[in-house]
Write a protein that binds this ligand. Structure first.
Ligand code: ZN
Length: 473
């Protein structure tokens, strides 16, 4: 039974691989066209949002909460952010287009081969060659983004009073990010290529096992080894807030292991809260900025919302969705792995697609270029899903009788973060993982269901597949 399913899938993959390996398909032109179409769509979406910042009054639902001054500030900040996003989008498109147009992918492949030869390493060592190629490609394509990141922090955020970072901290953050990408990214990429090389034709299930174990390891390692490189987490001191959070966690059966405060104020005055951890041992992290700006009841209400995500096993569900997406992506990749036309249209020797030792890295990179525009559809879907989860978590807080505290906390967050008061519907659908504040306040006001939780009805087993998932507010 299983064997016949595997044989059928293999047959379909081989059949499709034959159809898509066609010299008449110019993959390069297809990628160029589709990225321009995607960018045009994204420019259109951002431009739809711009007129929202010219509206003179807040939406009715926020009228009583936003002072004239806050409203004007929020409009001006959001407008600057959207204009920045628009320019960055166009810049990135030209950069990506330039790299394709001027043959950077194949040119740098030859260059990295020569570089290796010059230090006495054979370019036929495909994994070493691939890692060198990816390093050069990543550095070259990400360096032009650094001035944008600098501008965003020290001009845009600074102008609106959010930036708390220093130039030294920014430089250190950038160096640490590159170093981490190398220390983690390169071995993972080597392992990824090795698994495909070793498993051969039926690599997909093996690669899934490899990638899932990497994700799980990273999620366990992240709070202990990676996050401390950027932020300091300290136990929340004893006091009213701590005992209230512990009491809430106790009532709900949330396996709270550690309760931390994070020094988010080191870089920015934006605020938040989240939880993470293994199913039997969870940690809650609260931003110092959230504690500073809110009352104890409001912070507890925010955590009530977070625990709603846990109660409904949202991180587990999102984890499953992302794994399904990964599985689908890898299965489609297996159709393209030996596609000679794909290699040829980007200026590579087509025999690289079939002869051993095959540089699989090239095929995967080109495949990603071809399929990148489908990410826009995935984004629509995922945002719709996370917005539904946000409503559910808000509802949970209402069931805990925290409606008014959560409402006032969300209003305060909206004000301190200067979130955009007006939003175009398509812009919202594409860019927002959370419903807008008026939508959330309305949904909570109109909630007609059970007002108190019957905790004995809580499912006995939930997030068993979840190891560590992070979900912000
Ligand atoms: Zn949430």
């Amino acid at each position: 039974m299983t064997n016949s399913v595997v044989a059928t899938v293999d047959g379909i993959i081989t059949y499709l691989a034959g159809i898509f390996d066609n010299p008449n398909i110019n993959y390069k032109e297809l990628v160029v066209l589709s990225t321009w179409v995607q960018t045009a769509f994204e420019v259109y979406v951002l431009r739809r949002q711009l007129p929202c910042y010219e509206r003179p009054l807040p939406p009715p639902a926020l009228k009583q909460h936003l002072s004239k001054e806050t409203f004007t500030k929020a409009q001006s900040y959001s407008k600057d952010k959207t204009r920045f996003a628009l320019l960055k989008l166009i810049f990135d498109q030209f950069l990506g287009w330039g790299l394709i147009k001027f043959g950077a992918y194949s040119g740098l492949w030859s260059y990295s081969g020569r570089l290796l030869s010059s230090v006495g390493i054979s370019p036929n060592r495909v994994i070493t060659h691939s890692l060198t190629w990816m390093t050069i490609l990543t550095v070259l394509s990400s360096l032009p983004g650094l001035p944008w990141s600098y501008f965003q922090t020290f001009v845009l955020e600074q102008k609106h009073g959010f930036n708390k970072s220093t130039k030294k901290l920014w430089v250190m953050d950038t160096i640490k990010t590159y170093a981490l990408a190398a220390v983690i990214g390169l071995p993972v990429l080597a392992g990824f290529l090795k698994v495909i090389e070793w498993a051969g034709k039926g690599f997909v299930p093996w690669l899934m096992v490899f990638l899932i174990s990497i994700q799980l390891t990273l999620q366990i390692v992240y709070p202990t080894f990676i996050q401390p490189l950027f932020n300091k987490l300290e136990p929340l001191p004893q006091g009213e807030l701590r005992s209230e959070v512990e009491e809430l966690a106790g009532q709900l059966g949330f396996p709270l292991k550690h309760l931390y405060v994070i020094d988010g104020s080191k870089r920015s005055s934006h605020s938040n809260a989240y939880f993470y951890g293994l199913p039997w041992s969870k940690h809650i992290v609260i931003y110092d900025t959230l504690i500073k700006d809110s009352s104890v009841d409001e912070v507890v209400a925010v955590l009530g919302h977070e625990l709603g995500h846990w109660y409904h096993a949202h991180p587990t569900k999102l984890l499953l969705v992302t794994q399904l997406h990964l599985l689908l992506t890898l299965t489609i990749f297996s159709i393209f792995i030996n596609n000679k036309s794909l290699y040829a249209s980007f200026g590579f020797d087509p025999s690289l697609a079939v002869k051993a030792p095959q540089p699989i890295c090239i095929g995967f990179m080109l495949f990603q270029l071809v399929f990148e525009p489908t990410d826009a559809l995935v984004k629509f879907f995922l945002n719709a899903e996370t917005r539904r989860m946000e409503y559910q978590a808000d509802e949970f807080a209402v069931q805990l009788d925290k409606r008014s505290d959560l409402s006032s906390a969300l209003i305060k967050l909206h004000i301190t973060n200067l979130s955009s008061p007006h939003n175009d519907w398509l812009y919202s659908m594409y860019h927002h993982s959370h419903p807008t504040l008026p939508e959330r306040l309305n949904a909570m006001d109109n909630y007609k269901g059970e007002k108190s939780l019957k905790l004995k009805n809580k499912p006995a087993v939930q997030d068993e597949a979840e190891t560590e998932a992070k979900k912000d507010l």
